[in-house]
Design a protein around this ligand. Structure first.
Ligand SMILES: NC(=O)c1ccc[n+]([C@@H]2O[C@H](COP(=O)([O-])OP(=O)(O)OC[C@H]3O[C@@H](n4cnc5c(N)ncnc54)[C@H](OP(=O)(O)O)[C@@H]3O)[C@@H](O)[C@H]2O)c1
Length: 250
């Protein structure tokens, strides 16, 4: 296992899971954290998937970050591309969450306009907690009815899912700590709406070229100043944490 050390804010060698979890503790109150891995030249995928970019250290942090989540938020494109199953954290995570006053499992919330999600997918059939489907008024009625059997289908926009309404809806349900695992379209929409508090970005030590996209894209540019909160190092890989500049929480 590649050991992970801290370079900032305080230097520390070979961090344990507990130390990593403490370093990633989100602030109290509503908080939206986005997690991505990218190559040095900005590629968000290799062969269409993110898994090939990160190493064991990235995968370790990826899993640990879910522990803090009240809700794991995901764009339907990533759910389809990466073949997501049920959002079920391992027993050790469950124990840790309960000991820290969290629900045993996070809610899985999927963002989709077209509702092209199979109600018979393990996302729904194996879910430890009833998932949320966040969609729009214009979504196809038949698919909506089918998904409503296995999930809470909630309208949070007319033709596009509105990130501010997503945050309101999740807050109303007591899901303050939002952990988003992408993908790039979702990130672009949330950035444009000013709805992202933090980015956890693994910089994988590889150059990819090719046709891969970036970690965020949207029809309009959305310049957003960020400040560096933490730097971890695992071999040649960097695990960076940036907060929206000027945000005093965290
Ligand atoms: N490197 C990484 O860390 C990482 C992380 C995540 C994903 N990825 C990669 O990213 C690729 C997928 O990219 P993507 O941009 O398609 O991912 P995405 O953002 O997860 O999915 C896009 C889809 O999500 C829904 N969506 C997103 N924002 C919406 C909004 N504001 N309103 C309504 N619906 C919205 C739509 O679903 P419908 O089509 O169902 O309407 C849209 O087509 C995959 O290859 C995946 O492997 C990489």
């Amino acid at each position: 296992m590649t050991s992970i050390r801290s370079l900032r804010p305080a230097p520390a060698a070979a961090l344990t899971d507990d130390q990593l979890l403490q370093s990633y503790a989100p602030p109290a109150g509503p908080w939206l954290r986005m997690n991505f891995v990218s190559s040095l030249d900005g590629a968000v995928t290799r062969d269409g998937l993110s898994g090939g970019l990160g190493d064991d250290a990235d995968h370790r942090v990826f899993e640990l970050l879910r522990r803090w989540a009240d809700v794991v938020l995901l764009g339907a494109g990533t759910a389809r591309a990466e073949g997501y199953g049920a959002m079920r954290l391992p027993e050790e995570s469950e124990r840790w969450r309960v000991a820290h006053g969290l629900a045993p499992q996070p809610v899985f919330a999927l963002v989709t306009r077209r509702l092209e999600l199979d109600p018979d997918s393990p996302i729904f059939t194996d879910a430890p907690v009833r998932p949320l489907v966040l969609t729009v008024a214009e979504a196809p009625a038949e698919r909506r009815a089918a998904l409503a059997v296995v999930a809470d289908v909630v309208e949070v926009g007319t033709s596009e899912v509105d990130p501010a309404r997503v945050r309101e809806e999740l807050g109303r349900r007591g899901l303050a700590r939002i952990h988003a695992e992408g993908g790039p379209s979702l990130f672009g929409a949330f950035l444009t709406a000013g709805a992202v508090d933090e980015l956890c970005l693994t910089l994988a030590p590889t150059l990819e070229a090719g046709p891969a996209g970036r970690i965020a894209h949207s029809p309009q540019a959305a310049p957003t100043a960020m400040e560096l909160a933490a730097v971890l190092q695992a071999g040649d890989e960097l695990l960076l944490r940036y907060r929206r500049a000027g945000d005093r929480k965290g």
